[in-house]
Design a protein around this ligand. Structure first.
Ligand code: ADP
Ligand code: MG
Length: 293
């Protein structure tokens, strides 16, 4: 398109809270065929509530477990972390991030920290093998959609259940994209149960749902979508999304709650966190391309 038309379009988008990093990105937006959505913090609000928090076995009493978990989580910026920290406070347990040594993040799995001389792993099922937990008791009655595991000394010492809700605009954005001939899929590091729950909340508008993904799995699926369906947009908020955002034809990051690395790697930042801006931006890009020549 003409430099003037492009400039006007970028300015118009910026006024609605959509930062598009240049005219090339606008061109790419016009040709998008498939949109890949991260779940936690993108399709869903990322505002989790704690449905249950339970100590397993005799070794670690519940209040101590809550102190360990909230203290280690207070070092994490994952959406689940804030919920667990708030939950501890509402149970009169004050998290203490200064007591946490050797803090580590395992993207798509969880976190690790040393506290009171103990190494504590918190995350999804994958974290259990990282924690060398070999025998895990069967527990199937945890409330909440996303189940979290706490392991220490090669033993499962706690379980918790979290739930979050889909953003109000998510289903609308996905339906709008579909009316424009763009297919939407979900790519999540969360469990299959949590992914299916979100798909149902959305009214089954997603063409495909992929769960239990590591950051590199998200990249692989973006590559597959590009090869199979054509130009691919990826939208996400987390550090675990950054490699896939970079690999997509257009990477979109969430501006309000997103991680810094996601914003740096993306081509577009949604300052409002409103995913309904995406179909609008694609329409704008298509119109701008038509005003060309
Ligand atoms: P998504 O792809 O949906 O945004 P993530 O890749 O961020 O999800 O996380 C995948 C899973 O890893 C989460 O569902 C959770 O089970 C686990 N996890 C990641 N970070 C943490 C954390 N700080 N505390 C507990 N669990 C975590
Ligand atoms: Mg996310």
């Amino acid at each position: 398109s003409t430099p003037v038309a492009t400039f006007c379009a970028l300015l118009k988008a910026a006024r609605t809270g959509l930062l598009i990093k240049g005219g090339d990105v606008l061109e790419s937006l016009a040709g998008i065929k498939v949109a890949a959505f991260d779940k936690t913090g993108t399709i869903s609000s990322g505002e989790f509530s704690v449905a249950e928090f339970r100590a397993i076995g005799e070794r670690v009493p519940r209040h101590q477990l809550l102190n360990w978990v909230s203290s280690v989580e207070s070092r994490s910026s994952h959406p689940m972390a804030a919920a667990l920290v708030d939950y501890a406070r509402s149970n009169s347990v004050e998290p203490n991030s200064e007591n946490v040594m050797e803090f580590q993040i395992y993207p798509g799995e969880g976190i690790y920290g040393e506290i009171d001389g103990q190494g504590v792993y918190i995350g999804n099922r994958r974290i259990l093998s990282r924690a060398s937990c070999e025998t895990v008791p069967e527990v199937n009655d945890i409330k909440g959609v996303t189940v979290g595991y706490v392991a220490c000394n090669k033993e499962l010492v706690g379980l918790f259940g979290l739930s979050d809700v889909c953003r109000t605009g998510s289903a609308e954005a996905i339906r709008e994209l579909r009316s424009m001939g763009i297919k939407s899929v979900m790519l999540t590091g969360d469990s299959a149960a949590a992914a299916t729950y979100a798909q149902n909340q959305l009214g089954n508008v997603l063409a495909e749902v992929h769960s239990e993904l590591l950051p590199e799995d998200k990249v692989r699926i973006v590559d597959e979508l590009k090869a199979r369906d054509g130009s691919t947009l990826m939208i996400g908020d987390g550090m675990n999304d950054a490699p896939a955002l970079a690999r997509a034809d257009v990477g979109v990051s969430m501006g309000v709650s997103g991680s810094a690395v996601a914003m740096e790697t993306s081509h577009v930042t949604l300052m409002s966190n409103d995913v309904r801006r995406i179909p609008k931006a694609i329409r704008l890009a298509r119109r701008t391309r038509r005003t060309i020549v």
